[in-house]
Design a protein. Sequence first.
Length: 73
Amino acid sequence: MAKVWKIDKPCMDCGVMMYAVYPGQRYCEKCRKARFLKKDEPKPKKLTLQDIMREADKEGLQYASYCKKHGLY
């Protein structure tokens, strides 16, 4: 059975030294909790393909021209 190694390394976010942690751990407990709280915020809604096509038809443009004009995708 393989031995599990633990190492000492700094947090990638704040730089605080973490002792006896697994090699894959990147963030300290404080930063890890802060990162999870950011995920709870709602993501902004993007326009669907149908909405973009509808707006392009209103302006008399094709899909690619509309996207290029308005900076989409």
